[in-house]
Design a protein around this ligand. Structure first.
Ligand code: ADP
Length: 167
């Protein structure tokens, strides 16, 4: 039986921490679908299309990983993809609380759904997309946190917003 998992997230933008989870997930599962959530309650810097592109550009070397997007209930999306496994990453104790709530909610919505967690690698355990967006908006160097093409996307985004070059 093919083991398929969905790694859902906002990925605004994808970071080295997410890419580490993706790489490790690709070793655990036969097929991993990284899915960008279109959440109307969460305002994003990048469009779903841009977020998918940035992920796609960094997973080329992983043959069993694909990028997709979803809106609506994750449990319905999982059914569509013929799987009941969600992959998520945990960095901190506060992540654990949030993830526990989400995992339990999804299990109530569909008792067959299982959430599999991987722990962040130490070097990425402090990384989050919000801090990276903030740092770039202030002209900070984020080259240790995101791949080079994602850094370019970020700089372009802030050049456009502020009408000046942030490099
Ligand atoms: P969401 O808004 O759904 O939490 P994110 O894009 O912020 O989406 O994160 C998606 C998943 O990746 C979450 O499970 C989050 O805990 C995990 N994650 C985010 N950053 C890291 C990191 N640096 N290391 C490991 N996991 C991470």
């Amino acid at each position: 039986m093919m083991r398929i998992a969905v790694y859902p997230g906002t990925f605004d933008p994808v970071t080295n921490g997410h890419l580490d989870v993706i790489k490790r997930g690709s070793l655990i599962f036969d097929r991993l679908i990284v899915s960008v959530g279109c959440n109307p309650f969460k305002e994003a810097l990048f469009s779903v299309q841009e977020r998918m592109e940035m992920i796609q550009e960094n997973i080329g070397h992983l043959g069993n990983v694909e990028v997709d997007c979803f809106s609506g209930m994750l449990v319905d999306y999982l059914k569509n993809k013929q799987t009941n496994v969600i992959l998520r990453g945990i960095r901190t104790v506060s992540d654990f609380e949030y993830e526990l709530q989400r995992a339990l909610t999804n299990r109530v919505l569909n008792k067959e759904v299982e959430t599999v967690f991987v722990m962040a690698s130490e070097q990425y355990s402090f990384l989050n997309s919000t801090l990276i967006r903030e740092a770039v908006s202030l002209g900070g160097d984020v080259s240790h946190f995101v791949p080079p093409d994602v850094e370019r996307y970020l700089k372009q985004k802030f050049m456009h917003v502020y009408g000046k070059k942030s490099e």
